[in-house]
Design a protein around this ligand. Sequence first.
Ligand code: GH3
Ligand code: MG
Length: 458
Amino acid sequence: MTARILVVDDNQLNLDLLNARLTMEYYEVATALDGHQALEALARESFDIVLLDIMMPGIDGFEVCRRIKADPGTMDIPVVMVTALDQMEDRVRGLQAGADDFLTKPVNELQLLARVKSLTRLKMLTDELRLRAHTTRDIAIEELLRRHGTKPEARAEVLLIDERASVFERYSGILRGVANLHHVRDPQEGVLAAAEGGFECVIVSADFATFDPLRVIAQLRSLDRTRFLPIILSSDTENDTLIARALELGVNDFVVRPVDANEFVARLRTQVRRKAYHDGLRSNVAESIELAVTDGLTGLHNRRYLDTHLQSLVDRARKRGRPLSLLITDIDHFKAVNDTHGHDGGDEVLREFGRRLRGQVRGLDLVCRFGGEEFVIVMPDTSAVMAAEIAERLRLDVAETPFAVGADRSKIAVTASLGVATLDPSSAEDGAALIKKADLALYEAKNGGRNKVIAKAA
Ligand code: GH3
Ligand code: MG
């Protein structure tokens, strides 16, 4: 992942050090020696993250940060303030100015890289959301961005896995008003609790008496339910080897105790926000996929879905040596329904027709609107004989109960013709061939007088 980083520091030596270190990790780095240069660079180019020194001649770091966060064009760029150790007041002011994170001087390499990585990921998610919001004009996403951009987040549900009550008390104190902290002492029970869901972040202790914390992390990353759950490692010592391995395993961030309260809150917020974006992104993907494969009028699957899914059903039936049948049905003289009852009346008939098909077959059967007034049902594990019986049942259900249309619910008689085909296990026919076979049967049914079932056995 290559990201563009702007490093701002009035000390050329610091600048060179950070530049060299980040360039080594394949980040693209630009530098600025003071606040003016930084703001100019930000106006000119786009960046994924800003590392910002505080004490600078002219405009100081707080003011630069405030201006970045006030400009809609740059407000999404994460800002990491580089503060001197023990300058608690700097952190408070930094948070007020909108800083996303802090690093202390002298900058620890591992911390630098972990934070840059975590924040650039967040930035990329935000960018992705904006892009999608832009192209799809998705109201939900704009709403999501607005919520997370301006409102202080609602309290996050956070899980702490740590054997010690003292750590829980300390973290509870820090996170008061920010998060609801839940405590599980046992590492294995902690993994189970996380998998039960409902958490936006989990803090894992690096210091269990007898249990390897890396195992906890590996388990959290391998379970479906917790794969995307942010993990913060909380360590008693600056154990670089352990922290590096934890980051490799997918930990999102780490803190070394005793931890500064403001820093901890900022770090947790970043993770919670990232998860919210991520969830929004994923649910939106799921939603748009759902829309793309659903027929708007009937709510059934559409032809696009059938086209992609049918072949896998055929392949599976062949592999398992199971029968597979498919039927196509087309409403008879549907044009007359439209002519008599208008297009809306026709739509009502189509909706009711779809409902009846759906209601007459098993849940695992795939019911699709194939086009206009043509529908397809794919039935796994269904022999030619059974399929013909089902088709006959459908035909009767349509023909024997009139359809109600219009405001006066006037009853109209509807019939349909049906063609049935069953996969021939001895041939190499594919999904398209199966549809063609059923279509030929349907054609015969139409020619044979309509309101009829024609089945083509294998
Ligand atoms: P046949 O018995 O030979 O199938 O005759 P038919 O009238 O049903 O078939 P034809 O293909 O001649 O006409 C189908 C009509 O279905 C024409 C088209 O306008 C109408 N139609 C297609 N899609 C829709 C739709 O979404 N809503 C409505 N109301 N009508 C539709
Ligand atoms: Mg028709």
